[in-house]
Design a protein around this ligand. Structure first.
Ligand code: HEC
Ligand code: HEC
Length: 210
């Protein structure tokens, strides 16, 4: 009886996952046309950004990219699920199909390896946190959701490997302050018990992962 209950609970969780995920089946060539005209200046022609505040998009999961693009779009009251002054105007004129095409294009590109930061103590601490968490404070291992090599787990858990440390740090702060809230409170929970030093360390480690 107990086993049946457990498996039912798992089916429910799985079904919930499906209903909140969005499947991307876009046309990468059409996506590239929009990307070259509008997005390349900040995110790089192939989705590898060279500016530390602008995230690299190359090789990211299409479902995650599509979810973000839809959530940057403001509703009729001007409110976006993921509010960002740079991105909200960028997606204002895009249709869902445009977004699917963009997601397919960036997902098909190869993520360039990020530079391993010079501070080896910081990177070493970040590595411990990423793979093992902090048992004392109850910080979970990032690897359990974002994968041991940082490639993420489709469709819900984004790839992190090689991402700019500055961008990652900004997102961790935004989740922590409750200013980025499109994570179903998952990342917000992860961050409640993390120190500033831990956030910097794990961001540094992620940049050098490949
Ligand atoms: C003026 C610079 C700029 C331009 C142009 C721009 N972006 Fe962005 N983009 C940003 C910034 C800054 C962020 C990070 C936002 C944040 O901190 O939440 C971002 C974030 C994103 C994200 C979320 C990435 C992640 O890992 O969560 C996606 C997807 C994205 N942009 C796609 C696009 C697309 C597609 C276009 C073209 C239609 C575009 N961007 C044009 C600056 C730009
Ligand atoms: C229980 C699962 C889980 C754990 C553990 C977890 N994450 Fe996440 N993380 C998520 C989910 C889900 C999202 C996607 C939120 C969304 O859809 O926008 C996310 C998003 C992120 C993002 C935003 C990515 C982007 O491109 O903007 C970063 C950065 C991040 N996580 C870092 C971490 C770090 C660092 C750790 C370890 C300290 C961690 N995560 C642990 C589930 C998790």
């Amino acid at each position: 009886m107990k086993m049946i209950k457990t498996s039912l609970a798992m089916v429910t969780v799985f079904a919930m996952g499906l209903s909140t995920s969005v499947l991307a089946t876009g046309d990468a060539a059409k996506g590239q046309e929009i990307a070259a005209g509008v997005c390349a200046g900040c995110h790089g022609a192939d989705g590898n950004s060279i500016i530390p505040n602008f995230p690299s998009l190359a090789g990211q999961q299409p479902e995650y990219l599509l979810k973000q693009l839809m959530e940057f779009k403001a509703d009729e009251n001007g409110v976006a699920v993921r509010n960002n002054a740079a991105m909200t105007p960028m997606v204002a004129e895009l249709s869902k199909e445009d977004m699917e095409n963009l997601a397919a294009f960036y997902a098909s590109q190869k993520r360039a390896p990020g530079k391993v930061p010079d501070d080896s103590d910081l990177v070493a601490l970040g590595k411990i946190l990423y793979h093992g968490g902090n048992i004392e404070n109850g910080v979970p291992a990032c690897a359990s959701c974002h994968g041991p090599t940082g490639t993420g787990i489709p469709p819900r858990y984004p790839a992190l490997a090689g991402q700019h440390a500055d961008y990652t740090m900004t997102q961790l702060d935004l989740f922590n302050k409750g200013e980025r809230t499109n994570d179903n409170k998952v990342m917000q929970q992860v961050l409640t018990r993390m120190s500033g030093a831990e956030k910097r360390a794990v961001s540094a480690y992620i940049q050098g992962m490949h």
